[in-house]
Design a protein around this ligand. Sequence first.
Ligand SMILES: [Mg+2]
Length: 172
Amino acid sequence: MVDLETLDTATSAIVLTVGIVAFDPKTFATLERHHFVLQLAPQEARGRTKSQDTMKWWAQQSEEARTAAFGGARTPIETALDEIAEVLFNTAGVWGNGASFDNAILADLYRSFGRQQPWPFYLDRCFRTIRSAANDFDEPPREGIHHNAMHDAVHQVRVLGAACKHLNLEIR
Ligand SMILES: [Mg+2]
């Protein structure tokens, strides 16, 4: 499960942070948690974008969420892209929240730096679609900080598990 925090909702968005959670597709147990804080200037130099609306939206988020996204040390972009590629190597599926959001933006980030996205396009999976199909089900209570990329990804795995159970759906 991948969750991005960004400065835009367009595919060209500057990416602040990337949360990735590896999970067991049968039990939905979390196996690994990763949180990458990306360098911003090289993204801007490559023409990646920020929007006024998203900046305004960030100003309204919690102090904790903003600290996770904007504060602290940032990993050089090429190093981060290498490390993310390593995490996604041999994945069975890359889940994101929205067919046009996390996966599309992350793929486009690789493209901006002249690199291939580190997973084949046919392994793109949309969490938002499953959640919507399950419609009326008991979502697990939210834990962690809203809009902390890793905490969001952890929560989405738990919601995906509950939705699949509700739909009697098996994923791989
Ligand atoms: Mg998020």
